[in-house]
Design a protein around this ligand. Sequence first.
Ligand code: GRF
Length: 220
Amino acid sequence: MARLRLAVLISGRGTNLQSLIDACAEDDYPAEVGVVISNNPDAQGLERAARSGIPARTVDHRSFRDREAFERALDSALDEAETGLVCLAGFMRLLTPWFVERWRDRLINIHPSLLPAFPGLDTHARVLAAGARISGCTVHFVRDEMDRGPIVVQAAVPVVEGDDEARVAARVLAAEHRSYPLAVRLIAEGRVRVAGDRCVIEGEEEPGAALFSPSSPSGP
Ligand code: GRF
């Protein structure tokens, strides 16, 4: 079967991009990274693409007169790369309804919280301030509203006493690096159907036991 062609959009360090590159290097993985596009010419993720021999392009938003012109350039780059699925991976530009509609159900994002809780920036600081004991990450299809859309994959991690932002971020990031390749695999295998505001996953198995935080080794 032909592999699903990904375009990964980044603005920064690109560790989620790296997790997708690594997954795509596996023989039986049903997707390949066709292009990496950054709006930031200094993004570290561009070097990751270069190291793996993946075509990389910078579409710098500052060199366009407005958001529409920027998105049209982005759109052309995606078409040229024969993109089947666009993966936002730390891409720090808001996308307009025109772009979101054009790539509807072919555009996914990863966010470092259990959506719909804690959308937006400074996620981990807000998780800590709220005293949440479980956080995590979400891969979802993109809709007009920021950090909203049908959820493909979520992973939960505990928040523990003594945590600071960096510790929560690291724990969540490790979960992100497994969640994004899983979500892309499910989509590439045709196992994800968008039904209104939610996703239906074909052949889903019942997951393991609940995650307790604080942990409860001997039951409640
Ligand atoms: C990740 O935490 C992701 O969830 C968020 O931006 C961060 C990007 O990190 N959208 P990286 O560039 O993939 O390392």
